[in-house]
Design a protein around this ligand. Structure first.
Ligand code: ATP
Ligand code: MG
Length: 301
């Protein structure tokens, strides 16, 4: 069975360094394909050998006919249920309206108003979606397209997707979420050979504003032979799916009480080990994985 990994710890505890080391080993020693969703744009200095992807040269498709597409949009752009309903209705009625994002926006604007309620809804939906074409955002998205990513299959080096190029945070979340959704079906042969590093996973998997299809993917993605390395400062602020669906956990220094509690419970840690966790140096970690009887202290080189 393919496994997801969680790397957690307070800021500066060494999470990204560890994720980069795993990336390097997985690629060089195990021959796995690795895609890094590089939230802060730091992996080009953490890795020596890589393929660089600029999001602005690699648009992702918004609408592929998958109902989850609307759910991703809705989670991130915070659509209300009526707005979501209207968008669904428009897309269902006429797939030609998504020739382009601008075409869809015009269509929404000219949509017949059956009631005041509808007028309000369509105007607010229009306003939300127009974020997609503001400034150079429209180069990040294709209105319609296939659900896979051709560019992924081309190289054996780790692929760094430089998300930090996208300044607007909700657009960055949107681009990265759609990319992640498209990655699994792109895995050729669906062999167990693709690893995705999800930096700053709070942006996709927070309890407060989860991207629902990504949470569901955590449970399903293993079927596609895709393993996730989930990197996050706080475990207690993430949806419970994360703790439940990662059976290897690398815990760097953690100071927050809430986080320590969740870690203690989910790893069944002894008090001795728990009391060490807040004081570990960068690169030191508690390592828990099914092949070990008990979690152990490790030092990442
Ligand atoms: N295994 C290690 N050995 C020695 N130094 C390390 C190790 N891991 C990380 N460091 C150092 O600690 C600092 C922080 O590391 P890193 O950026 O990986 O932390 P982080 O947990 O990802 O932080 P953030 O939450 O801010 O992203 C870096 O300067 C790095 O060089
Ligand atoms: Mg980091």
């Amino acid at each position: 069975m393919y496994r997801h990994v969680l790397i957690t710890g307070t800021t500066g505890s060494g999470k990204s360094h560890t994720a980069a080391l795993i990336t390097k080993r997985a690629s060089e020693k195990l021959g796995l394909k690795v895609v890094v969703l590089d939230w802060h744009g730091e992996y080009t200095s953490l890795l020596q050998d890589y393929e660089y992807i600029d999001p602005y040269d690699n648009p992702v498709a918004l609408f592929t006919g998958d109902p989850d597409d609307i759910s991703v949009l809705s989670s991130i752009l915070d659509l209300t249920p009526p707005q979501e309903y209207l968008l669904e209705k428009i897309l269902r009625r006429n797939t030609n309206v998504v020739k382009s994002i601008n075409f869809l926006l015009d269509y929404i604007e000219s949509y017949p108003e059956e009631s005041n309620w509808m007028r309000e809804t369509k105007l607010s939906l229009h306003r939300r979606l127009s974020l997609l074409v503001r400034e150079n955002n429209s180069t990040l998205f294709e209105a319609r397209g296939k659900s896979d990513l051709k560019s992924l299959g081309l190289t054996s080096k780790p692929v760094i997707v430089d998300l930090a190029r996208i300044r607007d945070v909700s657009i960055r979340r949107l681009y990265a979420s759609f990319l992640l959704k498209r990655i699994a079906p792109s895995n050729p042969g669906r062999e167990k050979n693709l690893l995705v590093v999800l930096e700053e996973a709070y942006n996709y998997l927070s309890k407060i504003q989860p991207v629902k299809p990504i949470c569901e993917m955590l449970r399903e993605i293993r079927k596609f032979g895709v393993g996730l390395i989930i990197v996050s400062q706080s475990i207690s602020q993430l949806v419970d799916d994360v703790s439940m669906n990662t059976n290897t956990k690398i815990i760097h220094a953690v100071k927050s009480k809430q986080d320590l509690e969740v870690i203690e419970k989910s790893l069944y840690l002894d008090q001795d080990l728990v009391s060490v966790i807040p004081y570990m140096e960068p690169g030191e970690a508690v390592y828990s994985t099914p092949s070990l009887k008990k979690p152990v202290l490790i030092r990442i080189e």
